[in-house]
Ligand binder design. Structure first.
Ligand SMILES: [Mn+2]
Length: 457
């Protein structure tokens, strides 16, 4: 991890400067010969960045001052069109001080000069303003783990990986993890992207965590309560997770966590590569049902731009491939289907869960609603829930229907009242809703309202 310290820098064989700069004040240009290569910036005495071995180093280049973040024992030659600078970084900060005039200049700058800020373009300024939230976290000891919820869907899995990669690009030690088994759709997206599934994390206590796609203790491991939470990146309501320390909290009412993360790439001035673009695209298409539910301008813009970076011309075909995997219940037991997209909630002292099962057509909906209604009463005992609901749905261009299955004392009456204004049709032991409903934006708020109105003793 980079840290802020003093160093001595020399170039052109003689000139020396001493400077101190916070390591996380990262700038915009990479001179490693790959992306953003802009050698002229250096000779024009602008703000430049050099990537060395994945670490970010800032150089403020000018006639009278030259500065870099703390990288010790590194030597690099930067060649521009008209000159060549050799930047040597001493092993320790105890190097003899350089020429005193320069030191005095530097001191003046630190004391109150804003030249380096005033010389920035609007874009550079915005990037540095956005990156200040990382700076505000201070020194981070150890790896930062990024995870979504414990029934990982594609938004959670892809978002965790894309978020970890963004931090790695900025020099952080970050790793995406999962806390449950990934589903078939996520496996498909990972394969298309050429990215390995994240490792399973079984204990979060004492670990630096960034939580994506939820902010709810009940959607995470018990040990989250003992973790050092550094950030929450989400698109849900505010959950039960709280922190005493300062935290990055970026929750926006958009279609997907991956859209929020894509905006963060842009705000941090980092271009996602093909792999990350494929993952974020998959996460957004998954959570918005191919841009059909909970969509905003940002989600559509993300899909448009990320599909180009991902080299995916036919977004429909990519989604079809994902969706086919997602809808496949082949070889799964009733319990596996029930728990594959399962979330627990609590309101008015009532604990309840909602499972979502998506199907290919209405025949399959009928069949799976029947299968779920048979196993749900038994799962109540197993999970300690008072009520259980399953939304068995089809959402496509031609059909949009949800068979809502319920189990537990009072579950039928609660859901009937919660959804009364949607006039569900009662069909045997299920309620049929046309069009179908969203768990997040319709069912959870509606159940919460009714359960809070009649709290359990
Ligand atoms: Mn999500």
């Amino acid at each position: 991890m980079l840290s802020s310290k003093e160093f001595t820098l020399s170039y052109n064989g003689g000139y020396k400067a001493r400077y101190q700069i916070p390591a996380k004040t990262l700038s915009l240009y990479k001179l490693d010969g790959k992306e953003g290569n802009d050698m002229n910036k250096l000779s024009k005495q602008c703000f430049v960045m050099i990537m060395i071995a994945g670490l970010s180093m800032t150089v403020l280049s000018g006639c009278d001052d030259l500065a870099a973040s703390a990288l010790s024992n590194v030597s690099v030659t930067v060649t521009s069109q008209d000159s060549s600078y050799e930047l040597k970084f001493p092993q320790s900060a105890d190097q003899p001080a350089a020429d005193t005039d320069n030191n005095r200049d530097d001191d003046k700058k630190e004391a109150g000069g804003f030249d380096e800020i005033e010389n920035l373009s609007e874009e550079e300024l915005n990037v540095l303003l956005n990156r200040s939230d990382l700076e505000g976290l201070g020194e981070i000891d150890g790896t930062i783990y990024i995870t979504g919820h414990k029934s990982p869907d594609s938004d959670t899995v892809c978002g965790s990986i894309a978020c970890a990669e963004l931090l790695k690009q900025l020099g952080y030690d970050a790793q995406a993890v999962i806390i449950g088994d990934i589903n078939k759709e996520s496996a498909y997206i990972l394969k298309e992207a050429g990215v390995d599934a994240p490792e399973r994390l079984r204990d979060e206590s004492g670990k630096n965590m960034i939580i994506v796609d939820h902010s709810e203790y009940s959607h995470d491991l018990e040990s989250l309560k003992d973790a050092n939470v550094l950030g929450i990146i989400d698109h849900h309501g505010i959950g039960s997770l709280t922190t005493g320390n300062q935290v990055i909290y970026d929750a926006r009412p958009l279609g997907s966590t991956n859209t929020v993360i894509w905006i963060r790439y842009r705000n941090y001035g980092v271009e996602p590569d093909r792999k990350m673009a494929t993952l974020m695209l998959g996460g957004i298409l998954s959570d918005t049902n191919n841009l059909k539910t909970n969509v905003t301008f940002a989600d559509r813009a993300a899909v448009s731009i990320l599909s180009k970076t991902a080299g995916i011309d036919d977004v429909e075909a990519f989604y079809d491939g994902m969706h086919k995997e997602f809808l496949s219940h082949e070889g799964m037991t009733d319990e596996e289907i029930f728990f594959s997209d399962y979330k627990e909630y609590e309101a008015g002292n009532t604990k309840y869960c909602i499972a979502c099962v998506n199907c290919y057509d209405e025949d399959e909906v009928r069949e799976l609603a029947e299968r779920m209604s048979k196993i749900m009463p038994a799962t109540l005992k197993e999970t300690g829930m008072d009520m259980a609901f399953t939304q068995v749905s089809v959402v496509n261009d031609k059909l949009n229907v949800c068979y809502l299955v319920y189990a537990g004392d009072g579950a039928k009456e609660t859901v009937a009242e919660a959804l009364a204004d949607r006039h569900p049709e009662e069909k045997g032991n299920v309620y049929v809703l046309r069009p179908g409903i969203s768990r997040k934006t319709v069912l959870v708020p509606a159940l919460t309202e009714v359960l809070n109105a009649y709290p359990k003793e």
